[in-house]
Design a protein around this ligand. Sequence first.
Ligand code: SAM
Ligand code: SF4
Length: 337
Amino acid sequence: MDASKNNSEEVLIDKFNRVVDYVRISVTDRCDFRCVYCMDEEMHFVPRAQLLTLEEISRIAQAFTELGVKKIRITGGEPLIRRNVLKLFEDIGQLSGLDELVLTTNGSQLTKLAQPLKDAGVKRINISLDSLDAEKFKRITRVGDLNNVLAGIDTALATGFEKIKLNAVILKNRNHDEVIELVSYAGERGMDISFIEEMPLGVIANHDRAEAYYSSDEIKSDLEQAFELIPTTETTNGPSKYYKVKNTGTRVGFISPHSHNFCDDCNRVRLTCEGRLLLCLGQEHSVDLRKTLRAYPEDNEKLKQAIRDSMAIKPKGHEFDLTGKPLIFRHMNVTGG
Ligand code: SAM
Ligand code: SF4
């Protein structure tokens, strides 16, 4: 990306000349679901005392916007189960310089929170939906209630967000046979949908990730049995590669960490709920922002300098390998997917 396109006075640039203008913030590692690709059955969560407070998260978000960040995504764990999280959306929604405040959610709380989220300034929502079959949905999420999530999607659609997109992680022999139904469901409601290849984050006992691998190319060729997919260069500033579905006019995206590497265009960093700034989803390079924040409670310049300095250690890319031992031991709920 061309740095001159960013209007902010300051811009974060890493040593590979990539502009970082997008931050994903995990506000909790806890969740009301236990998706089999994301968490192990028994999980240990971060003790509450180690979590950043909502005020600390806002301070970090403000520092990032002062450094040229234009887009913040609130994620988790399940962000909408954190107590008083709406206050955080309201505070971040008011930061000047921020173009987009967006959210990734499993949809379980949307029947009650969609309207307050819109009022707080959330423009776009990504909702995870891996299956339209209640039993399969339960098997994948271990505890999720499909009807509640579908009701949440309906509420969000009725609330009038600028955009609602679905995300589906596709696993062979779990839900790979549902991709056509998922695209139809999304298209009929005017939503885009992205299919995600499972990433080897954290050790899970549920399945062998290599055996469950179902590539974006396989999904695409399954979809072509039912839809005409027209390549498009449109982007949402993320890793999805998009196709327009001729029949519906909506789009299908593919997030393909294994089959089509997207690291060259990486424009993002991630903040964990403990205040660790992760410079790459698939590497351990990180900086402890909580330490700086708490050592200098009144001095935002120190925080900004720690963020500027972190650019020097942003790695070139991930090295995901499904066949060997996992290299990354943190699960996706900790990483902030
Ligand atoms: N709980 C929210 C949700 O499910 O949307 C937000 C957090 S969740 C970690 C964010 C996204 O990461 C979801 O779309 C989820 O499907 C995806 N995800 C979780 N674990 C993953 C993995 N191992 N590989 C690929 N995507 C994963
Ligand atoms: Fe929870 Fe989202 Fe992970 Fe599923 S993918 S367990 S909903 S954090």
